[in-house]
Design a protein. Sequence first.
Length: 189
Amino acid sequence: MEEFWKYIHHYAQISIAAQEAWQQLLKEQKLAKQEHLLLEGTIPKRIYFVKKGLLSYFYTDKDGTTVIKKFFPEQTLVASTSAMLLKQPGKFTIQALEETEIISYPFEQFSRLTEQFSDIARFYIHYLEQHWVIEKEIGEISLKHETAGQRYAEFKQNHPHLLQRLKLHHIASYLGISPTQLSRIRAEL
């Protein structure tokens, strides 16, 4: 659990009382490679912290193609956030790309903790600002204004630790191109 609390404290210092209350919600779990953590069409109820392993967050487009929106390696939180907030079936699937260990907690009970403990609320606000405002906006601009080659170069620079862990078709899906296009881009570099 130490890595979980270290991650949380990166965003905000949590009091002992708040940490003890939150700790009661935590559950550890292991996923086999290719196991689904969440399926498209289900109503998500939990937030997951990746302790070890790698997850992909994807949807299937109208042509049946898998479109990877994001990868979640160690030291990240993952959830189908908008579906969870709206209490509606999610449009995304979350799948383990490697054997994965996670720590999870129920969103509804966590949400109540944000009302009880201002330090947990502060963590939640800082986390959302960083990942759902700043990173999301930068990613959307990149997808609309950069070439596939520029997006691949940026992926290599920002996620070098993932290059050896992902298959070519995973990276291509994330970049919004075919594996053949990605092979050409890599050959040109």
